[in-house]
Design a protein. Structure first.
Length: 584
């Protein structure tokens, strides 16, 4: 058996399994937590402070100092910012704390920490830096220059990609400075795989890491426990049964082992009591969109003649057309660059359509060719030719609008009552602002026309458009908003959790929070289905209540309906015996 392939069909016994079985377990009783909250609150509150810590906040502070680190998986709205501000006071020797947040939240975090000083005694120095800023070339030496002795990584999802520059820099610094305390925090520890946070728990809890630290063991465990595993690769739990009680399901047993590990802070509270309702709407299209759909599906080319590489790119283009535009490159690409790209794109599609190695994306194929060039020799030649010429031209996509039919529907929805309109595409937000007068809060959560942050916008002023990547973490929008429209349906359960959590969170006073989905293509239906099932898996694995499984889902198209919804020859033709609502 090779180092990375298990051919036995089940998880094997290993030294890592033995290590994790022997880890201590802890369970806080209600009385213990009540006492801890009182003690921690009294120790950190100002003379005139009136606030009290929440149980998870107090637990995070206590266990972080006890175990010289922690992983804090507090749900959305659970008060992670205050934890990040109080953590430095728990360590006698910490002089240079660093709080990492998404760059769009730096100013908001600084303002919140300053406001907390009324009730809490916070350190004089609290350095806040954005992940995106730290990833830049000119910031390569920042960590070595500042030399933090505590790193709190709020919204630690930004460190899940081990190959990302910011992740490499943080991990390289931690290896060089093992005395630096590391505390990653997030409301969504994982989306579909235990591997997403294995490196974070390893760095934060070197003494009590509850996940396998070797690549072989981690791969085997993930193939038995993860959600998105092909059946021909899935392993039986095998040795993982050692975690389980008689008649206990292995995933539940693993969840208990994970949750009871000292230093792992996680809520098992029931879901937020405020009802959450989700429903879909078929996007109304016109002949221009239908024609563009038909060409794209039939030829795998955009209306501008650009070849589509894989299903991911196809979805990106169908989503654009469903909204009413497509992207062109201005200026156009040179002929030799375009020909090399088209040749690689065609071969890539061919391999992905016929391979038996479970490859379904361009990136997976590239990785396979790099590791095993003998598998696909022709594809390797075309890939190398494309890689050689690719850097000589940088595409500049410019939107070409072919229809405002869909956006007119959005504008009607916005006019009915104040709501949040979420989009992944700046072109959509800018179009809604320019043509329909709906304010757009894009990069950094700022309205370019007024310079205001989204939190400064009042619901009584009407609906607004939000860039989801810029606003789906850290924003407290529950005090004004309860009505939402999602234009770009996401397959990620984590992204749904974060997006819903902006308005479905403690402090919401509406009777219910609603999310309307614009479904414009088959891929949208399958995306929501994936997100839903990934959230069910994440809830099972962590014990944390996720929002989608507890929502009332009304008339949402599912993956089983997808084949009946679309005819490639005729464009965006939807067939359904019980069609979803077309009313805004």
């Amino acid at each position: 058996m090779s180092e990375t392939e298990n051919t036995g069909g089940m998880v094997q016994h290993s030294a890592e399994l033995e290590r994790i079985i022997r880890l201590p377990r802890r369970v806080w009783t209600p009385a213990d937590l009540e006492r801890l909250v009182a003690e921690m609150s009294a120790a950190h509150r100002t003379t005139h402070g009136t606030q009290t810590l929440r149980p998870l906040q107090a637990q995070a502070l206590a266990e972080a100092v006890c175990w010289k680190g922690a992983t804090v998986w507090i749900p959305v709205g659970g008060g992670k910012t205050l934890v990040s501000g109080l953590l430095p006071r728990m360590f006698r020797d910490v002089k240079r704390p660093l709080i990492l947040v998404p760059s769009a939240l730096v100013r908001k975090t600084e303002e919140e920490l300053q406001a907390y000083r009324k009730d809490w005694v916070l350190p004089g120095l609290l350095k806040v830096k954005g992940y995106q800023a730290l990833s830049r070339v000119e910031q390569a030496d920042f960590l070595d220059a500042y030399c933090p002795d505590l790193i709190v990584a709020d919204e630690a999802d930004f460190l899940k990609n081990e190959s990302a520059a910011v992740t490499r820099r943080v991990r390289r610094y931690r290896r060089a400075h093992p005395e630096c305390v590391f505390v990653p925090m997030s409301g969504t520890p994982w989306d579909r795989s235990i591997l997403e946070i294995a490196h974070l728990t390893f760095d934060a809890l070197p003494r009590t890491n509850p996940l396998p630290a070797t690549r072989l063991a981690a791969d085997e465990w993930s193939r038995a426990l993860d959600s998105d595993v092909a059946e021909n690769r899935r392993l039986a739990p095998g040795a993982l049964q050692a975690f389980a009680r008689p008649d206990e399901e292995v995933r539940s047993a693993f969840q208990r082992r994970f949750y009871e590990t000292p230093g792992v802070i996680m809520s098992l509270d029931p879901p937020l009591a405020i009802p959450l309702e989700i429903r879909s709407h078929v996007v109304p299209t016109d002949s221009a969109q239908d024609q563009a759909f038909a060409q794209l599906r039939k030829t795998w080319k955009t209306p501008d003649g650009i070849d589509v590489e894989d299903g991911v790119a196809m979805w990106r283009h169908t989503r654009e057309i469903a909204t009413g535009f497509y992207s062109v490159w201005d200026p156009r690409a040179p002929t030799d660059w375009r020909e090399a790209r088209s040749a690689w794109a065609r071969e890539c599609r061919e391999v992905l359509a016929t391979n038996r190695r479970q490859l379904d994306s361009e990136l997976q194929l590239c990785n396979a060719i790099d590791a095993h060039p003998e598998w696909y020799p022709l594809a390797g030649i075309l890939l190398n030719a494309w890689r050689e010429i690719a850097p000589t031209f940088k595409p500049n996509p410019v939107p070409v609008w072919i229809s405002d039919r869909t956006l007119e529907w959005v504008a009607e929805w916005a006019a009915k009552s104040p709501g949040l309109i979420w989009t992944d595409r700046p072109a959509v937000g800018e179009r809604l602002a320019a043509k329909f007068g709906i304010p757009y809060y894009g990069e950094m959560g700022i309205n370019a026309a007024t310079g205001r942050y989204v939190e400064a916008h009042l619901a009584r002023e009407g609906s607004i458009v939000l860039s989801r990547p810029a606003n789906d973490t850290g924003r407290n929008l529950q005090y004004q908003w309860s009505r939402n429209l999602v234009i770009d349906v996401m397959p990620s359960g984590r992204k749904w959790e974060q997006c819903i959590g902006r308005s479905h969170r403690p402090g919401q006073e509406a009777e219910r929070v609603t999310f309307d989905l614009l479904v414009g293509c088959v891929e949208d239906a399958t995306a929501f289905d994936k997100a839903f099932h990934r959230n069910v898996w994440a809830q099972t694995m962590s014990g944390q209540a996720r929002k989608l499984p507890h929502a009332t889902v009304v008339q949402v198209l599912d993956a089983e309906d997808a084949d009946d919804l679309y005819h490639p020859e005729t464009g965006a033709q939807w067939r359904k015996s019980r069609p979803p609502s077309n009313e805004p």
